[in-house]
Design a binder for this molecule. Sequence first.
Ligand SMILES: Cc1cc2nc3c(=O)[nH]c(=O)nc-3n(C[C@H](O)[C@H](O)[C@H](O)COP(=O)(O)O)c2cc1C
Length: 158
Amino acid sequence: MPIDRNELRRVMGHFATGVTVITTLSSDGKFYGLTANAFTSVSLDPPLLLISVDQKAESYPFFEESKVFTVNILADDQESLSRRFAVSGGPKFDGVAYRTGANGAPILEGTLGYIECKVAATYPGGDHTIYLGEIQEAATVDRKPLLFFRGGYRALGD
Ligand SMILES: Cc1cc2nc3c(=O)[nH]c(=O)nc-3n(C[C@H](O)[C@H](O)[C@H](O)COP(=O)(O)O)c2cc1C
């Protein structure tokens, strides 16, 4: 018998993660982004990572359209940014500090790092699509991470 959807969400929530906002853009230059923790390092040589995006997300078609995305790793004082980008649609970037990266997608200010990618491959992942990103540029600063565990935001040491 397949596992119940809510039970699956509960069990998966026992794996503590960082929190990212993944940004991309449309062909007419409009910015999109969503909060995501389905993100992992894949390969050092070549440098690859993967993300998994819900096909129902408003941002979803633009990963395929632009073939680029940027993973912004949130700092411990950016819970409100995480909540903002976890709500579907709307003017998410209004009042948010960002600059445009080399790949054209927004790099959010105040994070503890970002990784700019070009889409190298896509794979079916049920109701999500898995994007393999070839890493183009990346940087970090010395800040503490925002964490997500059992459905709640946490900080190191909680
Ligand atoms: C902590 C957290 C992690 C999330 N991780 C993902 C994820 O990895 N992939 C995904 O597609 N949605 C994820 N979501 C849900 C999206 O952020 C949410 O569906 C968002 O509304 C999508 O925005 P959009 O429809 O404007 O693109 C996550 C939400 C939260 C709060």
